[in-house]
Design a protein around this ligand. Structure first.
Ligand code: COA
Length: 418
């Protein structure tokens, strides 16, 4: 079948991670994504953290697959004219410039609507419109800090901690993609485009909502029973950092396995799901806990939860993380090994499912990237290499009706590439 988003044309005015992650997802599903980049330099990530001289960095290639690249100086009159033509022909424009940059370039929402009333303009900013910090430029960790993730991550005796997961960047891009698809469906009904915005801090907060739940419970009760601070520690008036505690009534912890002294990832995550208590006791050879009222309810176990974890760690000390999980899975216990990036990159199951894919790039050669985490019964998502800077400039200009002579002139005037 043809791809679901085939026929949707997207002007990809994005850079770094939040915007490119959004447009890449839409490109995977069939949209024609045209990445508009500054002549000569392009998206800054092309050059960031390169490991092969003269080849685009993985930072770029892993966020810009399946796209086309148009080098265009949109601050020149000719560049603006080309962008206007593109706007008239496109369905969506996605941008994540600093606040006000698009307006300064002459492409305000009002101007875009004038050019194409069906256009959907999708923007990522650090803070939402009207927020007192809405003029700030923002990167990943700034958003994690302002969105509530950092103050609630890490250990109680350490500083606020950011996550290795791109909660501010790629997560915002995923939120924006949902917004764009929603606006496209709305347009089918109304015939009109609209502006869609997602701020990085709001997207972080959306994923941190359970901590807002906890703040309200703390305000009401003065304690949070599922946090390690309960019942022996102290609570202040704000949600504390809970280390590796499992939230939501399923206590859990990261536990050491055989080899932890030398292998920083020789751990499993072990969850004590209430209805799995009897199987857990059987698995650990502690059948006496099954009917012991001091242990056989979550409330009874609460003040002994770290003793229970210590017992499990003792049981784990002669088992690798894989041996432990292979045994515990027979008892239906929710657990998993802590996997390193090296293990993930070599994982045959992730390769088989297309979650990790090897892609060919014209200059970089073969590289690994993360494929679509969303699986469809009627769509096979194929990941292609990211475009070279300006690779499709001539092709796109000729699609817009420019003659080879005009295209040559644009190049000479440095409106496109020098
Ligand atoms: N031709 C000509 N000019 C171009 C262009 C093109 N093709 N593409 C971009 N530009 C210009 C813009 O018009 C803007 O110029 P101006 O500042 O003179 O108006 C400039 O390049 C880009 O500015 P900006 O986006 O502010 O870049 P920056 O490197 O200073 O800041 C960020 C980078 C990411 C901090 C900032 O873009 C930002 O806060 N974005 C919103 C939040 C976000 O997405 N953060 C990153 C998440 S990964």
């Amino acid at each position: 079948m043809s791809k679901p988003l085939e026929g949707i044309k997207i002007i990809d005015f994005t850079h770094v991670q939040a915007g490119p992650a959004c447009t890449q997802l839409l490109a995977w599903f069939g949209a024609d994504v045209i990445k508009v980049e500054r002549p000569g330099s392009g998206d800054v990530t092309r050059n960031q953290l390169r490991h092969v001289e003269d080849a685009d960095a993985l930072y770029f290639t892993m966020l810009n697959s399946n796209k086309r690249s148009l080098e265009l100086n949109t601050k020149t009159p000719e560049g603006k004219e080309i962008l206007e033509k593109l706007i008239k022909e496109s369905d969506v424009m996605v941008e994540n410039f600093g606040p006000g940059a698009l307006d300064r370039m002459g492409f305000s929402w009002e101007r875009i609507q004038e050019l194409n009333p069906k256009m959907i303009l999708a923007s990522v900013k650090g803070f939402s419109e009207g927020h007192r910090y809405s003029d700030l430029k923002v990167y990943e960790n700034v958003a994690q800090c302002a969105g509530g993730a950092a103050s609630t991550s890490g250990f109680w005796d350490g500083p606020p901690t950011v996550s290795g997961a791109a909660l501010g960047d790629s997560n915002t891009g995923m939120h924006l993609a949902i917004g764009i698809l929603t606006a496209l469906m709305a347009r089918d009904k109304t015939g009109k485009g609209q502006k869609v915005a997602c701020s990085m801090t709001d997207a972080v907060l959306n994923l941190t909502r359970v901590k807002l739940r906890d703040q309200q419970r703390l305000d009401a009760l003065g304690f949070l029973e599922e946090y390690p601070q309960y019942p022996h520690g102290e609570f202040s008036d704000t949600v504390p950092r809970g280390g590796n505690a499992g939230g939501g009534g399923q206590p859990g912890w990261v536990l050491k396995c055989k080899g932890w002294e030398t292998d920083p990832n020789a751990y499993i995550y072990f969850t004590i799901q209430d209805h799995a208590w009897a199987p857990i006791c059987k698995a650990l050879g502690r059948e006496e806990w099954i009917d012991d009222p001091a242990y056989n309810t979550p409330r009874g176990r609460q003040d002994k939860i770290f003793d229970v974890f210590a017992t499990i760690e003792d049981w784990l000390k002669d088992k690798t993380k894989y041996e432990a999980v292979d045994y515990l899975r027979k008892f239906d216990i929710p657990c998993a090994p802590v996997l390193s990036m090296k293990e993930i990159s070599e994982d045959p199951d992730l390769r088989a499912s297309g979650t990790i894919v090897e892609v060919e790039h014209k200059k970089l050669g073969k590289y690994l990237t993360v494929g679509s985490p969303i699986k469809f019964s009627d769509l096979k998502v194929e990941i292609t290499g990211s475009p070279l800077l300006g690779e499709h400039t001539d092709e796109i200009l000729s699609e817009l009706g420019y003659t080879p002579e005009q295209i040559k002139q644009m190049r000479e005037k440095k409106v496109t590439a020098a």
